[in-house]
Structure formats: structure tokens, C-alpha cells
Design a protein around this ligand. Structure first.
Ligand SMILES: Nc1ncnc2c1ncn2[C@@H]1O[C@H](COP(=O)(O)OP(=O)(O)OP(=O)(O)O)[C@@H](O)[C@H]1O
Length: 307
């Protein structure tokens, strides 16, 4: 078996540098020698992955956080958008949020997951959207894509690097700040072939996994392999209600709140409604790649995951 490991040395606020050498030794003891490379910049993990697959890797291991994983997953797709379905992915999660692995909830240590050899096929999401320069882009995601206040929160979290607050606390602080300043945004949304609905929203999560935001269980019933997104909509409600109920989202207890609706679907088309001065910003596995309009599509069982 040919194994290639993609390592983001910046992930986890130094955790990768501290913990990976010991984990690498353990991995080598179990699976033998493997090739590896460190990422040199944002986006590099996709390039490394694509090249490793082109030159014969059977298993690619992502070492880093959710952002690194997202880039590695995108590297499974060639320039023509074709997925490499014969290659497996494994995750050594050393990020600060690690929401993908939390959603997997295997209860196993990452190296044990890899050496166990068990593989599960999971769905991926693909989103077509516009970047901040107005160029149309396409990107895969393994965990959760969302838009609304979450896009603003990502931009706050990813630009304020406090060495003193863990990501979960930074996310909570950014969420409180962003919610306090946020004004609902009107969107038009069409799920599968249903008639389009328009609504003022605070947030919509298009979920393959369950957790985002460093431990917020936004889609408590989502399954990685059911061929469906769980689409969680938080409609306009008062700021006081938002802030008062915010902590419910960590346990999934927001599910029954009257401002929340959850449904399932395979394809979502969504656009901002005219007359809005502020763009509706996207969040994709914790990164902020652009804005609406966007189309989300599920790719059933597209990825073989060691878990
Ligand atoms: N050499 C590098 N220098 C700077 N940034 C990099 C480098 N390599 C990768 N990156 C970027 O680092 C960012 C953060 O990585 P990642 O999300 O994996 O870690 P994290 O934020 O600690 O974890 P999580 O998303 O789970 O909280 C990603 O956007 C990635 O593009």
C-alpha cells in the first residue's frame, strides 16, 4: 500500500508540531514507511494530495484541522472535477476545532482508526458559489457548508488569533459578537424540486456531519452516509432570543426551537434577494470562501474513509 501524509504545520496553534512526530513514529511502526510533505501555504494541501494520487497513492492521511481536511478532500478531485474513488482518506485531527472527527464519533484514537483498516464510504457535498472577486468557484466539503452569520463568524475567528483563548471559546465569543450586530438577510431557497421559499434568515447549515463552530451540534441527526443533507434553517428572531438560546446548540437542544426548521434534501439552490447591501457570506468547513448565490449538491458515498 502506498501512503502519503499531508501535514499542515500551522494547524492547531502548534499542536501539529508538538504531537505529530510521536504519532508519526507510531504510524510507521504499524504500517511501515510512508511518504509525507508539509504544506507551505493555504491551498497547498489540495495540490499535494492531487499529485500524490496522480503518482499512485492508495491512502492519503490529512494531519491538521478541518481546513486542512477540506483542502485534502478537494485534492481527491482532478482538474475536470472527477473524483478518485479508488483512494482512501484518513484523518489525524490535530486542529483547534476538529468538528469533522467529532461528527464521526468513532471513539477511537486516530492512529488506531488508520491501522484498523476499516473503511466506510461517506457522502461529500459540492458547492458552486462566487468568491469575493465575483468569480464562480466549485468546492467539495466533507462536513458542513453554511451561510449567513456563520460566514461572518469565520472571518472574525480566522483573523483574530488569540494565543490565550482556545478555538471553541474564540468561536463562542465571535458568535456572540456577530449575532449582536447581525441583521437578518432575505434569501430565496429551493430544495430539490420543491417550490422556492423566501425567508429572512440568520443562518442556514447544509450539513453532512453534525458539528461546526468548535463543538456546536447544529445538525444533531445528520448522517455521513445517507445520501442526504440535513438543512437547518435559523429564521429571523429577536437578538435577545438568539443570545438566550445560543448555548442550546452545543447539545443539539435548539432542534425544537420555533425559529429552527430542519429538513432533508439532495440539492439546494439559494440566492440573496435583491436590495441587500451586505453579501450573504459562506462558511465551508470553518473557512470563508465567498458568498451567495450558491448551489449545493450531495455526492452520495463519494469518499472512502478509514475510520
Ligand atoms: N504553511 C502554512 N502557512 C500558513 N497557513 C497554512 C499553511 N498550510 C496550511 N495553511 C492554512 O492553515 C489554515 C488552518 O488550518 P486548519 O483549519 O487545518 O487548522 P485549525 O484552524 O487549527 O483547525 P480547525 O479548522 O479544526 O479549527 C487553513 O486555512 C490552511 O489553508
Amino acid at each position: 500500500m502506498s501512503v502519503f501524509v499531508v501535514i499542515n504545520p500551522k494547524a492547531g496553534g502548534g499542536r501539529v508540531k508538538k504531537r505529530w512526530p510521536r504519532l508519526a513514529k507510531r504510524l510507521a511502526e504499524h504500517i511501515g514507511p510512508f511518504a509525507s510533505a508539509e504544506t507551505a501555504a493555504p491551498g497547498h494541501a489540495s495540490i499535494l494530495t492531487r499529485e500524490a494520487i496522480r503518482t499512485g497513492a492508495d491512502l492519503v492521511i490529512s494531519v491538521g484541522g478541518d481546513g486542512t481536511l477540506n483542502e485534502v478532500v478537494n485534492g481527491f478531485c482532478d482538474a475536470d472535477g472527477k473524483m478518485s474513488t479508488h483512494v482512501s482518506l484518513a484523518v489525524v485531527s490535530l486542529g483547534t476545532g476538529s468538528d469533522f472527527v467529532r461528527s464521526l464519533s468513532t471513539g477511537m484514537d486516530s492512529i488506531d482508526r488508520i491501522v484498523s483498516g476499516a473503511t466506510r464510504r461517506i457522502d461529500l457535498g459540492r458547492v458552486i458559489y462566487f468568491d469575493d472577486d465575483g468569480n464562480q468557484k466549485s468546492r467539495l466539503f466533507a462536513n458542513i457548508g453554511s451561510f449567513g452569520v456563520s460566514g461572518q463568524i469565520d472571518r472574525i475567528v480566522n483573523t483574530t488569533h488569540s494565543r490565550f483563548l482556545p478555538r471553541k471559546a474564540r468561536f463562542l465569543a465571535a458568535t456572540i459578537g456577530a449575532l449582536a450586530a447581525f441583521r437578518s438577510q432575505r434569501i430565496g431557497m429551493m430544495v430539490d424540486d420543491d417550490p422556492a421559499v423566501t425567508a429572512p434568515i440568520v443562518l442556514v447549515a447544509v450539513a453532512n456531519g453534525r458539528y461546526f463552530g468548535g463543538g456546536m451540534q447544529i445538525a444533531p441527526d445528520a448522517e455521513f452516509d445517507d445520501g442526504l443533507f440535513d438543512i437547518v434553517t435559523l429564521q429571523h428572531t429577536s437578538k435577545l432570543a438568539l443570545l438566550r438560546n445560543l448555548l442550546l446548540v452545543y447539545s443539539g437542544g435548539h432542534r425544537d426551537h420555533p425559529a429552527i426548521s430542519i429538513r432533508r434534501g439532495r440539492r439546494i439552490r439559494v440566492e440573496p434577494l435583491d436590495g441587500q447591501s451586505e453579501p450573504v457570506l459562506l462558511d465551508l468547513d470553518g473557512e470563508a470562501p465567498g458568498r451567495l448565490p450558491a448551489t449545493y449538491e450531495i455526492l452520495p458515498q463519494a469518499l472512502a474513509l478509514r475510520c
